[in-house]
Design a protein around this ligand. Sequence first.
Ligand code: ATP
Ligand code: MG
Length: 306
Amino acid sequence: MSIPVVTNIELSSLPKLASGKVRDLYNVDDKTLLFVTTDRISAYDVIMANGVPLKGAVLTNISAHWFKVLQERIPDLKTHFITLDPPANLGDADKELVRGRSMQVRKLKVFPVEAIVRGYITGSAWNEYKKSGTVHGLAVPAGLQQCSPFPEPIYTPSTKAELGQHDENISPEQAAKIVGEKYAARIEALALQVYKAGAAYAAERGIIIADTKFEFGLDEETDEIVLIDEVLTPDSSRFWPADEYEVGRDQNSFDKQFLRNWLTKEGLKGKDGVEMPADIAQSTSERYLDAFKRLTGKTLQEALQG
Ligand code: ATP
Ligand code: MG
């Protein structure tokens, strides 16, 4: 089965509700969304002009894999996943457009915080720690080196910025003000529980999940907190190959390293509308496919054939 590279999708049989940096959300019915992942890629917070082959299919199918694995490991976990099958009211031409890259999910009220969990100190957390010895204002042990594991994974929420804006690191107390005391503790506990289960699973497959971002929604009928969005993908997480890991330096990330290195070399970091050369898009695609294979034990083609 061949899946074209697509950065923009316009379905004619369902209304579009929203469009993010990578995904488009379509309305299936009152309770259901079609969650469509394009091949768009962002680096340094801007979206490239062209797409990465098979990225949408990889992200969709990695998330679906995780929903299944996490559900087995955390039986009372609620997720938004319904099915990878297209909805009955999707037209035939539209079915072709979303093949391999869509899932039906429950439409929920999104909590406006990014539930970030960090197992290792890197990125903005490392920068803050070097300056102040804290991470998102939280006290953490002294003497950590770059990319050291924390003694225990920590919950470091951020705001969920509108498209084009930057997310802002906040303390768990500030997050509690945003989502309400009632839900804050439950979101934090769930985020930590899902991270730990996922990181243990990935570690058995040669991948360190250094940190990740979850999103949660509220089922207003049952007052339950539900794991939504993409889950533990190379876009929402830092995946490090375990066999190359070394404390005290930056790690090679699984997916975007080629692209970031190229952008830096060409002086195009943060510039809008950049066209990636074919070899960069292709190497990036291979990295996503590699992450898929390591995590699921199957090639993408095998997974798509079901
Ligand atoms: P980034 O992930 O790079 O921050 P983004 O978050 O803007 O980008 P996408 O990942 O492209 O957006 O799109 C997904 C959008 O769908 C997010 O805004 C997310 O909050 C929302 N979403 C995810 N799951 C659900 C759900 N079950 N119900 C309603 N909205 C959802
Ligand atoms: Mg997103």
